[in-house]
Every structure is written in structure tokens, then in C-alpha cells.
Design a protein around this ligand. Sequence first.
Ligand SMILES: [Zn+2]
Length: 277
Amino acid sequence: MSNPCILCVAITGSLPTKANNPAVPITVSEQIESTHEAFEAGASICHAHVRNDDQTPSSDPEKFAALKEGLEKHCPGMIVQFSTGGRSGAGKTRGGMLPLQPDMASLSVGSNNFPTRVYENPPDLVDWLAGEMRTHHITPEVEAFDLSHILQAIRLHQEGTLYGKLYVQFVMGVKNAMPADKEVFDLYVDLVQHRAPGANWCAAGIGANQLIVNEWAIAAGGHTRTGLEDNVRLDRQTLAPSNAALIRRAAELCEKYERPVATWQQARDILDVPLRG
Ligand SMILES: [Zn+2]
């Protein structure tokens, strides 16, 4: 029985710069080129932030619009997921691009600590972002930085606040939030499977935790995310040459665990995110 594994490429993020790794795509055209290469290597979701020309994070809907147009042209079928994360803007500016109707958008449903600050997601903002996603028929990918975020996602989905099929991403290894801990990971998987049987889940590890969390997720039958947003290195000494190189590394793990890499059609089917007509 085949259980295709969806590979998500987090191409840019809001933190890494060319100084950290010259392969981090910053301009929209660099982002499109980097995503295209990752798409050909097996990525079926592109998780994207946009940047200003000086590499600082942006929430400019015009940049998001240009990126979406380029991805739809050069990576036809790929699921486009915009970040509504808190490093790219404050308050409602985080969702200013949602009227562009990306296929998916990331959604944080609770607060936690980040390496140097509080990651604030107050209930009224979460409700507003979720409402915008519902209005524009955008499936959220819930970013779970802590256990309570998983339970909150299940609750919000049950009460009808979240549009579409529930998709939860376990983020592990953010300093001062949930570490990459196998016992906790197993608990997360168990909770989603038992409390939200129709849901799908994926997992991402930050920094040096990326590869091991990719492997845990693939081995446990979930989906996984990689890319330069989360980690700029192949190992301690070696910078990752591209987003595609990180996707290829995840694809090799899929082979090890005898899981086919999901095509974009399979990914859309699994997540119930049809191509917009
Ligand atoms: Zn992100």
C-alpha cells in the first residue's frame, strides 16, 4: 500500500540572508527559480515569505502577487502557500495578501517564545486570519510550535473556524519553544491520529534538527518540510547549495522508507486543495 509523502519547500523565510547562505532566494525572480528547481526535485508545496530588496522581511501584497503569478507559470500545479507568520509584519498586515487566494496559508493558533522574543498570536488576530482564509477559500496549514497549538487547531477545526481539511505542521527545534524530541513527536502523531482522524500532519525541524525530523516524519507516515528557511546547511561544514538539494535529501529518505514522493496532483488530493478554475 503506497502512502505518498508530500514534500514542502520553505524557500526563504524571514531570517536567513545571503550572508548566511548565498543560495537563499531573496528577489521574486530568485524565489521562482529556486522553487522551480525544488519542484522538479519533488516538492509539491511552496511555503513562501517575501523580502524587501535589502533582504528584510516584507508583507507587501504586490510582491506576493508577483511570486504567485511566477510560480503558477513556472511550477504549474504546485501548491502555493503564503506565510502569515509574525516576523513579516504586525497585526492584520500579516494577512494582507490573503485576498490573492493562494492555495494555502500558514496559520499560528497560539503564542510561544522564539529565540529572542515572544511570538504573539492573540486570539482575536487568529480568528481574523482564519476568517480571511475562510472567506477566500484558503486551506490553513497550522504551525504547531507547542502541544497546545495542536489541541487548539483540532478545536478550531471542529467548531468550523478553519477552512478545509485540517493540516497541522509540527515545528520542532525552535530555540525556547518545543525542541526536537522524539517522545513528544510520537505523542503529537498519536494525538492527531486519535483526536482528528481525518486530518493530515507534517513536520519540520529547525537548523541542525531538520534532517532528523524529516526522517521521523517520513518513517511515521506523515509529510515533511525542508528548505533554506529552516536550515541553510547540509552538515556542520557544508552550506546547502540550493532548496532543491534539501528536497533531494528528503526524497532519498522517502526511498529509504519505501514511500513515493507525492506528485502535486496527489498532494492536492490528499490535502483536498483543488486547482482553482
Ligand atoms: Zn515560514
